[in-house]
Design a binder for this molecule. Structure first.
Ligand code: CP
Length: 299
């Protein structure tokens, strides 16, 4: 693919190729010593930005970083379209995070270098999905998977991408959220069209004992138009060791991070907690993705 905008672009073969490559790429990294990756982050990030930066450098390449919106000419009124048109002259690929849904798709129409969506508002976050799938495959397997996805399913872009990609593996997907934060209609429609095995719940207890994986998400405070709506749901769907008493011993607990208070620290030291491993998997998975998109051997 020239650009990676949505997890809907990814076939099972695409996904398996990246995950297989990620599993060994760090042992003998291909050399992309002449490659420059541009990092354009119009929203805060720790993991996505730093792991793309690390991945490019582990491949022998380098990165150029726009820095914060405040420090860039966006501040003077420059458009996203002009920004990416300029930056494509500086780099071999562009990683873009933006607060507006659809921004990555729009920006990709102005450039010829590969553009990777690193999160577009409440839309999609396809590279997070690749590292999520890698983590699931390592810890629970992707075949015959029963997963619970809990929290902010309305605004959570990692959820929208993951749910879509999991249809390639015929996973049983249980969505757990307050009524006001259900999956958007468009995502439910796409899952239905893909023949996904989907159920929705408001109560984790209904489904917890059946789960192989519980994927917990943060309530996306910055996306709520009204702070009162946020306060009405904040603090629901927290888990701790007590909550998980009814779960299988080998339950895998994941979270794209950052967490606020959704997972109590008492879960961190248990064998179920895989969220830091998940964040670390961002480096080899993004190395494999960059290698493919920049024209590596295993493209
Ligand atoms: N999971 C994730 O996208 O984290 P950051 O917002 O820190 O990049």
């Amino acid at each position: 693919h020239d650009h990676l905008i949505s997890a809907k672009q990814l076939s099972r073969d695409d996904i398996e190729a990246v995950l297989d490559r990620a599993a060994t790429i760090a042992d003998d990294p291909p050399d992309h010593g002449d490659a420059i990756l541009a990092l354009l982050f119009f929203e805060p990030s720790t993991r996505t930005k730093m792991s793309f930066d690390t991945a490019m450098k582990r491949l022998g390449g380098t990165t150029v970083d726009m820095g914060s919106v405040e420090a860039s000419s966006i501040k003077k009124g420059e458009t996203l379209a002009d920004t990416v048109r300029v930056v494509e002259g500086y780099a071999d690929a562009i990683v873009l995070r933006h607060p507006s849904e659809g921004a990555a798709k729009m920006a990709s129409e102005f450039v010829d270098v590969p553009l990777i969506n690193a999160g577009d508002g409440a839309g999609q976050h396809p590279t997070q999905t690749l590292l999520d799938l890698y983590t699931i495959r390592e810890n629970a397997g992707l075949d015959d998977l029963t997963i619970g996805i809990m929290g902010d399913l309305k605004y959570g872009r990692t959820v929208h991408s993951l749910a879509s990609a999991l249809t390639n593996f015929d996973a049983r997907q249980h969505f757990v959220s307050p009524e006001s934060l259900r999956l958007p209609r468009s995502v439910r429609y796409d899952l239905h069209e893909a023949g996904a095995k989907v159920r929705e719940h408001t109560d984790l207890e209904e489904v917890l004992p059946a789960l192989d994986v519980l994927y917990v998400t943060r309530i996306q405070r910055e996306r709520f138009p009204d702070e009162n709506e946020y306060r009405a749901v904040a603090g629901q769907y927290r888990i701790d060791e007590g909550t998980l008493a009814a779960a299988r011993d080998d339950l895998v607990v994941m979270h794209p991070l950052p967490r606020v208070d959704e997972i109590s620290a008492d879960v961190d030291d248990t064998t179920r907690a895989k969220y830091f491993e998940q964040a670390h998997n961002g480096v080899p998975v993004r190395m494999a993705l960059l290698d493919a998109m920049l024209g590596g051997d295993d493209r």
